[in-house]
Design a protein around this ligand. Structure first.
Ligand SMILES: [Zn+2]
Length: 267
């Protein structure tokens, strides 16, 4: 186990929990070392000075000693800035929590991978905090992180004929899009609307640093949510606990989907 002393880095507080009487373990996604757990002493003692820097959904500049495998330590915090809307809004909070949990699972113990994705994750939280549709931002992250699980669905054209000139649907069995000519190959395709497929294609390729506004109809959003749920469940094989709450939110706010067996092609 190596300890790198006096490192400066930015980070986003993911979670924290009490440790013994006065201390805390704070999990931070750092820009230079990936996800790290910091032992912070005396948090619940009067006069503790970095309170603002260790609250979940805070971004700050830290100086600290970084351990490669064990607990790390913070020696200074500056420029602490909260994602205020995410902290105050239970829905935004749920999406942001899910993005961080998914990222954690997606990068695993690979710190280099976490470092590579840091800017994208940070931008996703920034955009959600700015008021962009959290479901769409989350869908972008889900689509783009599929590759980290070794799942790379073909979203450019039909997997059979490589054409892109007909309405498309997503087939888990064929690992990507099927055009209308080849729909009969997979009766269990996701039965997405062409509009939803179009959005999937766009979102999978979008650069979050260049996004300023996205408008998507509620039906398309419900479809997207359903499709990505299904893909993560069947093709990736993971279920992030934080997603359960998001699904509950979807059921409350958006009318239910038509049954999967029905062939929906209109939006
Ligand atoms: Zn085809």
């Amino acid at each position: 186990m190596a300890l790198f002393r006096g490192q400066t880095f930015t980070g986003i507080v993911v979670s924290r929990k009490n440790y013994k009487e006065r201390d805390m373990l704070v999990r931070i996604l750092t820009s230079s070392f990936g996800f790290k757990t910091f032992f912070v002493r005396g948090v619940r003692k009067r006069g503790f000075k970095w309170g603002a820097g260790i609250i979940p959904f805070t971004k700050a500049t830290y100086i600290g000693d970084i351990s490669t495998t064990g607990l790390s330590f913070i020696t200074n915090v500056s420029d602490a800035e909260q994602y205020q809307n995410i902290v105050e809004d239970i829905t935004l909070n749920a999406y942001a929590t899910y993005i961080l949990e998914l990222s954690r699972v997606a990068v695993g113990d690979d710190d280099q991978l976490a470092i590579k994705w840091y800017a994208t994750i940070e931008q996703a939280l920034f955009l959600i905090n700015q008021g962009l549709d959290p479901l769409i931002i989350t869908s972008v992250i889900e689509l783009q992180m599929l590759q980290l699980f070794g799942v790379q669905p073909e979203l450019k054209h039909c997997v059979i004929c490589q054409q892109n000139d007909r309405p498309m649907d997503f087939s888990e069995e064929y690992g990507g899009l099927l055009c209308q000519r080849h729909w009969q190959l997979d009766p269990n395709r996701l039965h997405l609307t062409p509009r939803t497929v179009l959005f999937m294609q766009r979102l999978a390729a979008v650069n979050l640093h260049k996004v300023s506004a996205i408008r998507v109809r509620p039906k398309t959003k419900a479809d997207l949510h359903h499709a990505l749920d299904q893909i993560y469940y069947d093709m990736v094989g993971i279920y992030i606990p934080a997603k359960r709450f998001l699904s509950k939110l979807m059921r409350t706010h958006i009318r239910p989907l038509a049954p999967r067996t029905k062939n929906n092609t209109t939006d």
